[in-house]
Ligand binder design. Structure first.
Ligand code: FMN
Length: 187
């Protein structure tokens, strides 16, 4: 598949369409390498990734459940939250590490770079035959989750890339018409 086709036919593959089989370190390293090529004003590498896999997913599930209860959700909702990290063999937390007063790259540019780094991982997963989807949900914005994962001041948890193996080829959803999103400025 050409690089163009990869992007033009890109599709997230969520946990329901993943087999549950594990992913090797060598396969994950390709994702990290791809992340490092994100466009980056000032060469700040304003991101870091925290990998959660194996039994650590259960611990993260406990944190999600505690967080749900702290937010005032009921036990049933907390029990559902607990299962979330178990849906894929590997979760990669995408964390923007922002330098607040950088002379060239304002915070929004740094967060964008972190977002592109995460996107590169999703794309690289597809390119290398893996399955991935970026999910956030309430846990990504929850103080208890942030503290448990060690997300610090000047950092933002942008969500989790859930990585696994695809059950089958997946075609993306029908896309919006680009014509509604492109205009030309002529002065
Ligand atoms: C930062 C970010 C957070 C997201 N969080 C969620 C989420 O919590 N739940 C969800 O269903 N999709 C979420 N998505 C969207 C999915 O990753 C995915 O793009 C969507 O299911 C559409 O599939 P597609 O990527 O094949 O177009 C998120 C995407 C991004 C970029």
């Amino acid at each position: 598949m050409s690089a163009y086709d990869l992007v033009a036919k890109r599709a997230s593959i969520g946990p329901k369409l993943q087999t549950g089989d594990d992913v090797s370190d060598a396969e994950l390293e390709k994702l990290y390498e791809a992340a490092m090529t994100a466009p980056d004003h000032g060469n700040l590498n304003p991101f870091r990734f925290t990998v959660i896999r194996g039994a650590a997913r259960e611990k993260l599930g406990d944190v999600f459940a505690e967080a749900a209860l702290k937010r005032g959700e009921d036990q049933a909702a907390a029990d559902i939250a607990r299962t979330k990290p178990m849906r894929s063999p590997v979760l990669i937390a995408v964390i923007a590490t922002v330098t607040p007063d950088h002379p060239k790259a304002p915070p929004i540019e740094q967060v964008l770079t972190a977002g592109m780094a995460g996107y590169n991982m999703v794309l690289a997963a597809q390119a290398t035959g893996l399955a991935a989807i970026w999910l956030s949900g309430p846990p990504a914005y929850d103080a208890h989750v942030l503290a448990s994962l060690g997300v610090g001041e000047n950092e933002q948890l942008l969500g989790f890339v859930y990585v696994g193996r695809p059950k089958r080829d997946v075609s993306g959803p029908r896309r919006a018409d680009w014509r509604k999103h492109v205009s030309e400025w002529t002065g």
